[in-house]
Design a binder for this molecule. Structure first.
Ligand code: GUN
Length: 295
């Protein structure tokens, strides 16, 4: 079997078209322009490219976006002051502080300082708590994007055995939570594997859906995959540099071998990545509507 490709580029395009129409309607009917600020501390090339892509997408959709880049030695105090400034800025509905932060800054202190109503990453404990309880909140972008990819490409999650590899706060833990809820893309039976899991391969071989979010290139091999399983690859691993200087990327899944066994699979690049950015835009529009009491 050669798997169907689940294209994040195509699905993201579909959602962006919906958002473009929604942003235009907000402007026309209510004179509202959703606003996003991205804050990057330091010069990490991967973070720089993620932040640039977020701002470019915001512009393309008609969202007002501001990009702040700070010196790597910016103090925690100065960063907190900046977050506070944007918490109070009515033009800004969403605040995104790009992670990871330099070691001298306590990440939790910064994330907890963001107004939960502007927390378009869905990382604030208020939003995490609401998400776990199934209440309306900002869903974290990568897990939300994965749900959209599964539902929009017709992968049945209800009753499915889902194996998630990786227990991060950004992907593993929230996607596990969302997929066990009574909701679209949910009602699944979840196994969450991590570095201490015994016999990861045995768990994976039982899975109808595997979600790999570990950061180890090509860790999920063909012998770990059941015939016909759906594969979501969240990994973005830089495994070298091409002659033109561009990074060569590999996912957490051995794509070439696994595509012969799976029923559908996300590529890297062009899979989960574009969805994460798109869901950030969706959250920014949601934040603007919330601020105007429209939802
Ligand atoms: N770094 C890697 N992924 C993310 C993300 O989704 N949001 C933020 N703020 N930083 C990240």
């Amino acid at each position: 079997m050669t798997a169907k490709l689940i294209s994040g580029i195509e699905i993201a395009k579909e959602i962006r078209e919906e958002l473009t129409a929604e942003v235009a309607e907000l402007k026309e009917k209510y004179n509202i322009v959703p606003g996003l600020v991205t804050i990057l501390v330091g010069e990490d090339p991967a973070s720089q490219s993620y932040v640039a892509a977020k701002n470019k997408t915001a512009h393309a959709l008609g969202i007002h976006s501001e990009q702040v880049t700070l010196d790597p030695d910016t103090s925690e105090e100065d960063l907190l002051a900046l977050v506070d400034k944007y918490n109070k800025d009515p033009k800004i509905n969403g605040i995104l502080v790009q992670l990871p932060l330099p070691k001298h800054i306590n990440e939790a202190n910064i994330l907890y300082a963001i107004d939960p109503d502007k927390d378009v990453d869905g990382f604030h404990p208020v939003n995490v708590g609401k998400m776990v309880l199934g209440e309306k909140c900002f869903l974290p972008c990568t897990p939300h994007g994965i749900l959209e990819m599964l539902t929009r490409s017709g992968v049945e999650t209800s009753g499915a055995e889902v194996v998630i590899i990786g227990r991060s706060n950004i992907v593993g833990k929230p996607i596990a939570n969302l997929m066990l809820q009574k909701r679209d893309g949910g009602n699944a039976t979840i196994t969450l594997c991590h570095t201490r899991t015994k016999d990861m391969a045995a768990h994976c071989r039982r899975a109808d859906i595997i979600i790999a979010a570990v950061g180890v290139p090509k860790m999920v091999t063909a012998d770990m995959v059941k015939e016909g399983a759906a594969i979501i690859d969240v990994g973005v691993n830089r495994i070298g540099k091409a002659s033109n200087g561009k990074a060569i990327l590999a996912g957490d899944v051995d794509f070439d071998a696994v595509k012969e066994i799976a029923s559908c699979i996300t590529p890297v690049p062009g899979g989960v990545g574009p969805m994460t950015i798109t869901m950030l835009m969706k959250n920014t529009v949601q934040a603007a509507k919330m601020a105007a009491n429209l939802i």
